[in-house]
Design a protein around this ligand. Structure first.
Ligand SMILES: CC(C)(COP(=O)(O)OP(=O)(O)OC[C@H]1O[C@@H](n2cnc3c(N)ncnc32)[C@H](O)[C@@H]1OP(=O)(O)O)[C@@H](O)C(=O)NCCC(=O)NCCSC(=O)CC(=O)O
Length: 957
């Protein structure tokens, strides 16, 4: 029977009389099914709206009284008698084909009408009864229970779904937090609808709602009143939970301030009748937003989710190996599926299980390209990444039946959510990250921003963002003029600069070069570059145009930020590709002209390049050392731990921020720990002494300490609040170490690092700081001393090449694979070029250099670069550049020059000839004109001889 027209209300009674006798709709003895079918006939007639409500209500009442078999009969009736009238479709189609002009639209509308199954109209009309929507949701739940046995009813389910999708408009959904004080009725709903981790009774419920480390959020829709459609239970924990035990079993509550992770451990769709109805993809985001609003310090949002389809899938495989695994897993004693009491064979079994499980989650897809597993579809669609697998994780009968007790963590990273959601929806891309990523063999190149990260790795910019969220009002910068800048203010500047960089077209991996004066905004530029995925290339403000030409040509930055004074000069320098922005010391310049900000923050992987720092080469060209996010983050963490640096510290920051000492040691530590700076534009002994009484830490090059020692104000009283003085970048004279201790009572802590490796070793924070040594390796770093020729490790006490290996060691030189290869041993140790020995206490002593290098005031100067310039001058035959002791800079540069035969050269001529090309700190402090250079029998210039000869050139009188 197709659609029936022409029915009147009176027909209802006739129909009912026919079926059930006199007015069957009112007769209690009329069978509910008959009442229902009769009501349906009326509903499909031309019934008026008032009657519609009454008849619809009657229909639903009658439905509610049906037995299971009668329900089946009713749904079958819907399928057969309220479907599509094929003849009507054919006729309407023909009419449309033949229609022309305006009649065509009308014909198309008619065609649409007839292709819609009549039962959709029937359901729409039933929906006129009061509270009908909830009743129809329940009706669909009944239908869905019948589907496995009666798949022929699927078209009916499809029509229900079609209607419910439009009725359950996301816009009407309201989120509410449910607590132990919420109405009892709500509690009853939770008890009834908690299906993922069912509750025994109110005691269970209380454990999930009352403790201070628990939260619960529910979503309601007007159509279903106080029945929550979805609810999410959250536990505040430390670290990623690996099994359900601690989340479900009684135990002490964690202080939320101590938690770093929100674990969404149970997400329930209450109503089966709404299966497959999506409420949009951002419900979880709403929960996360609310939890982070309440607890801004949380660092991670994760789930511990079931894998409902895994066991069924595994057991249906043909592959004998998989079936074998299935059999073993099934035979595994469920009691052994207890994370705290694993059986002996469990580790081996786990090793075989996890890659298969990873494949199931990420690679096994349905026909529509989405993952087979329904929970995976839900979380990935909501913008999560598949993160970590756990087995055994849960021993409930359901967990064993679904996945042999395995579970999975999906991780929600708020700033990645929308991108991941889009990638999933549009390209069916499954975001995989964290430990799970390592289980997937031969993954194609991970798209940028979702590459695997170690579980405990947080890039520097993200740590800063977390601190800004945790303590927005805390002062980060104390400025010389008395002004301050908070974490929130700095974060805002970072977001503005990030927006500007994005507007300039900076893409992940693009270099952003900076040659700017030190300022808070200059530090924000560094963070903004990382935030957009750029590679930060800081350049010494002393570099001349010639030097800049080389760096820009080699690194090919997308953007160069310079001080406003040099804008013209640099604009002329770069090609069309280079965008020149300016930043002055007062935050002026083009970089900060717009108020636009960005929210997103690049999810760098540990091996993603973060920065390039140029180190002049011992031969020829300068080399760009590529440091990764993992290098910076791991080194920072080691430093914080070793020096017990916390958010209580206030650092006197007087170093430049274009080298690792000022940027990746001093600044990173402060940003990551959530500490604060006394921010000085450059070294100033008096200013530092003024600040000491309100500071805790100073980091500097030896020149800092030499200069401070010259002041009578350096006393134990001035240093009363200081807890740590650090020296590095150049050797600290043992005599300065001792004099400083005598003057202040503080033993300077000397450490050893270099651009390519970050920090390698440190004297102890607690324990003997030995003058003339650089201490022991930082946690995670390995140091060895080797024979220069054979590369063999040398016993302690012997002098050899210092080599280093660890997460701090750089990724290689920018576009110089051969040079990179030449400086690494086959087992991954980097050859530093420093000569050292390990003393009887295991402390490293740097005794010299295998490379020709001068360190002046903490700056590395490579003689070769200066010699090349001098040799190019007219009248010069050859030159040798050496470092000699200097009372202020430790070492300084001296040039020894041989004129060509017959040429008369003056030192001033030489200096004038190179002034334009070399930064001031590289320019020789003395030029000696000589007849010839000392050479050995092989003809090699004997620099040691020269150094001896000029050793006292700068000795204090
Ligand atoms: C030591 C300094 C404070 C000195 O700077 P000042 O500005 O006070 O110098 P000043 O005012 O006395 O300047 C005197 C003259 O010397 C020049 N001048 C400045 N610094 C110089 C230096 N390091 N070597 C040689 N010359 C230098 C000035 O241009 C000026 O030239 P004129 O005579 O023409 O006026 C500074 O150089 C500095 O902050 N150095 C730290 C470098 C650093 O951060 N290194 C870390 C690298 S990372 C690394 O190595 C790895 C690791 O840390 O382990």
């Amino acid at each position: 029977m197709g659609r029936q027209d022409g029915w009147l209300l009176a027909d209802l009674f006739r129909a009912l009389r026919r079926r059930g006798g006199e007015d069957a709709a009112r007769e209690p003895e009329a069978a509910p099914l008959d009442q229902l079918l009769a009501a349906c006939e009326v509903l499909m007639s031309d019934v008026g709206e008032a009657s519609l409500r009454a008849v619809a209500a009657r229909a639903l009442q009658a439905y509610a009284q049906l037995e299971e078999t009668e329900r089946l009969a009713f749904f079958t009736h819907m399928l057969q008698d309220h479907g599509v009238d094929d003849d009507a479709v054919r006729a309407a189609y023909q009419a449309w084909e033949q229609a022309d002009g305006q009649r065509r639209d009308a014909a198309l509308a008619r065609l649409f009408d007839v292709v819609e199954p009549a039962r959709q109209q029937l359901l729409r009309r039933m929906n006129h009864a009061p509270d009908a929507t909830a009743a129809l949701v329940a009706m669909r739940a009944d239908l869905r229970r019948l589907l496995p046995e009666h798949p022929e009813l699927r078209p009916v389910d499809h029509d229900f779904r079609h209607l419910l999708v439009s009725w359950f408009n996301r816009g009407f959904l309201r989120m509410e937090e449910i607590t132990w004080d919420s109405p009892k009725e709500l509690h009853q709903h939770l008890l009834r609808f908690e299906k993922v981790h069912p509750m025994e009774g109110r005691a269970d419920l209380r454990r999930r709602l009352q403790p201070k480390d628990r939260r619960c959020f529910a979503f309601f829709h007007p159509a279903t009143g106080e029945v929550p459609l979805i609810f999410v239970e959250v536990a505040l924990v430390e670290g990623v939970p690996r099994h359900m035990g601690p989340l479900l079993e009684p135990g002490p509550a964690l202080n939320p301030a101590q938690a770093d992770t929100a674990a969404l451990y149970s997400i329930n769709n209450s109503l089966e009748g709404l299966a497959g109805i999506s409420f949009g993809s951002f419900l979880i985001k709403q929960v996360i937003d609310e939890v982070s609003r309440q607890l801004p310090h949380l660092r991670r949002f994760v789930t511990l989710s079931p894998v409902p389809g895994f066991r069924g899938w595994l057991e249906s495989q043909d592959d004998p190996e998989l079936l074998h695994l299935a059999i073993e897993l099934a035979a595994h004693d469920p009691r052994a599926v207890d994370p705290d009491a694993e059986s002996a064979d469990a580790p081996a079994l786990r090793e075989r299980l996890l890659p298969v499980l990873a494949r199931y989650i990420t690679a096994e897809r349905r026909g529509d390209g989405r993952p087979l597993d329904p929970v995976a579809r839900f979380h990935l669609g909501n913008g999560a990444a598949a993160w970590q697998l756990h087995w055994p994780a849960h021993s409930s009968p359901a967990a064993l039946a679904q996945s042999y007790g395995a579970m999975i963590t999906y991780r929600y990273e708020p700033e990645q959510l929308e991108r991941r959601h889009e990638d999933f929806v549009r390209r069916r891309e499954v975001a995989v990250d964290g430990p799970l990523a390592e289980l997937i063999p031969d993954r194609p190149d991970t798209p940028r921003g979702s590459a695997p990260m170690a579980d405990d790795f947080t890039p520097i910019h993200r740590s800063f963002e977390a601190q800004a969220a945790r303590q927005p009002e805390k002062v980060l910068f104390h400025l010389p003029d008395g002004g301050t800048l908070t974490y929130a203010e700095t974060e805002h500047t970072v977001r503005r600069i990030a927006a500007r960089l994005l507007a300039d077209g900076v893409q992940p991996g693009d270099r952003v070069a900076a040659q700017v004066q030190k300022s808070p905004e200059a530090l924000a530029l560094y963070l903004a570059t990382l935030r957009v995925g750029g590679v930060f290339l800081p350049l010494n403000t002393a570099y001349t145009g010639t030097e800049m030409d080389y760096f820009i040509g080699d690194a090919e930055p997308r953007v160069l930020v310079c001080s406003p004074e040099r804008e013209q000069e640099h604009a002329a320098r770069g090609g069309e590709q280079l965008i020149v922005e300016t930043l002055g010391t007062a935050g002026d310049g083009t970089l900060l002209t717009s108020e636009t900000t960005v929210e997103e923050s690049y999810a760098a992987a540990a091996d993603t390049p973060a920065s390039i720092l140029y180190t002049s080469g011992t031969t020829g060209r300068s080399k760009g050392a590529v440091l990764t996010h993992g290098n910076l983050a791991s080194n920072c963490r080691a430093l914080l731990e070793a020096w017990q640096y916390t958010d209580q510290d206030r650092l006197i920051h007087a170093l430049p921020i274009f080298h690792i000492h000022g940027l990746f040691v001093a600044a990173n530590m402060t940003l990551v720990a959530g500490a604060s700076f006394h921010w000085l534009p450059s070294f100033d002994a008096e200013a530092i002494l003024d600040l000491m009484p309100t500071s805790t830490v100073l980091m500097g090059v030896p020149t800092f300490y030499t200069r401070l020692l010259a002041s009578a104000r350096l006393t134990p009283e001035t240093c009363a609040s200081m807890r740590l003085f650090v020296s590095g970048s150049a050797p600290l004279l043992a005599s300065d170490h001792e004099a400083f201790e005598a003057a202040t009572g503080h033993a300077i802590l000397e450490r050893y690092g270099m651009t390519e490796t970050g920090m390698n070793t440190t004297n102890p924070y607690d324990g003997a700081r030995k003058p003339g040594t650089v201490g022991k390796p930082f946690p995670g770093v390995q140091i060895r001393v080797t024979d220069r020729e054979s590369g063999a490790a040398l016993p302690d006490g012997e002098v050899g090449l210092v080599e280093v290996k660890g997460p701090n060691v750089f990724a290689g030189y920018w576009r110089m694979p051969e040079k990179t290869a030449a400086e690494f041993r086959s087992d991954g140790f980097f050859i530093t070029g420093d000569l050292g020995r390990i003393d009887e206490d295991g402390y490293l002593c740097i005794v010299g250099r295998d490379k020709d290098l001068v360190i002046s005031g903490g700056y590395n100067v490579y003689p070769k670069e200066i010699e090349e310039r001098i040799d190019a001058l007219e009248g010069v035959a050859e030159s040798a550049v050496i470092g000699v002791p200097h009372p202020d800079f430790g070492e300084t540069v001296v040039a020894v020059v041989v004129p060509q035969a017959g040429a008369a050269l003056e030192p001033e001529q030489i200096l004038a000839g190179i002034r334009e090309d070399l930064a001031r700190f590289k320019q020789p402090r003395a030029v000696k004109i000589v007849k010839a250079l000392p050479r050995n029998v092989m003809g090699k210039v004997q620099k040691a001889e020269l150094r001896k000869q000029y050793a006292d050139l700068f000795a204090p009188a």
